[in-house]
Design a protein around this ligand. Structure first.
Ligand SMILES: [Ca+2]
Length: 283
């Protein structure tokens, strides 16, 4: 069964709104990091984002006073380069977008879709019962180098593998040779830019993590669990070493790094911009 474009767009709006809310509800994250998400949600909803203030003024799905106010806030924001719109304004728009975007009708799965779901469930259960990793992006060719240590001081025997993305959730041991708690992870990759690029990095970790860019500590959230932390860098053309140090205390563990490139929608750093290096400290 095909998914209709309408359902697809509702799903996408929900996804970008969830991303916006995660940032806006974190008191430490700057609201401007949520701007690309809210803008994208409007673009999907209005099917036009070339001139968002104008499209909002024309949108008859909202009371006039409200749509004018929303249009004005985006106009002001465009004039001041993403710095003007407030957390309160963005949260109000997220609430309105949520209210006016009904959740898609979840249809029953048939045929190939049902088979795929069963197969996926089987793989997940096999992985759970084999006592290995929870959800990982482990891959033999990915651009990320992942090294796991049994202690948070990054010393002693380690397990090394490659991954396609800096996005891990572990319910048990992160590797068959590692304990399920109190381990540490070092993730590294080389970012290759053709031109000077503004990048907003967003990192969230359980239990804590630090982000280094070219050896310089850019985010320190070593003692902060489960909150997103953000940093903006104007990076020159060329190669940049991106390195994350992460640790777990107990229970589940996770690390996730996303980036908004030149104010685009936040997501994993595109693999086309990344190159694997076997040395975690050098590209
Ligand atoms: Ca934990």
């Amino acid at each position: 069964m095909m998914t209709s474009p309408d359902e697809l767009s509702k799903d996408s709006v929900e996804d970008v709104l969830a991303a916006a809310e995660a940032i806006l509800h974190d008191p430490v994250a700057a609201p401007r990091f949520a701007v690309p998400c809210v803008r994208q949600a409007w673009a999907i909803k209005l099917e036009d984002a070339a001139d968002l203030p104008e499209a909002l003024r024309e949108y008859d799905g909202l009371p006039k006073a409200q749509r004018v106010r929303f249009a004005d806030s985006w106009q002001r924001d465009e004039q001041e380069d993403g710095e003007a719109i407030t957390r309160g304004e963005l949260l109000e728009q997220v609430r309105v977008l949520r209210r006016t975007t009904a959740p898609p009708n979840r249809r029953m799965l048939y045929g190939a879709w049902a088979l795929m779901a069963v197969a996926l469930l089987g793989i997940l259960m096999l992985r759970m019962y084999s006592g290995s990793v929870g959800i990982t992006q482990e891959s033999s060719v990915g651009p990320w180098r992942v090294e796991i240590f049994a202690i948070k001081e990054f010393r002693g025997p380690s397990a090394v593998f490659r991954a396609g993305d800096a996005d891990f959730k572990w319910k048990g041991p992160p590797h068959e040779t590692m304990p399920k708690d109190k381990f540490a992870t070092r993730l590294s990759t080389c970012l290759e830019l053709d031109a000077p690029t503004r990048i907003d990095f967003v990192m969230v970790a359980n239990d804590g993590a630090r982000l280094f860019i070219d050896g310089e500590k850019a985010i320190n959230a070593w003692s902060v669990s489960g909150k997103s932390r953000t940093v903006t860098r104007e990076l020159a053309a060329g190669t940049h070493l991106i390195m994350i140090e992460h640790h777990d205390k107990r229970g589940t563990a996770s690390i996730n790094l996303t980036a908004s490139i030149d104010k685009g929608l936040p997501g994993p750093i595109p693999p086309a911009l990344l190159r694997y290096s076997d040395d975690p400290e050098k590209c």
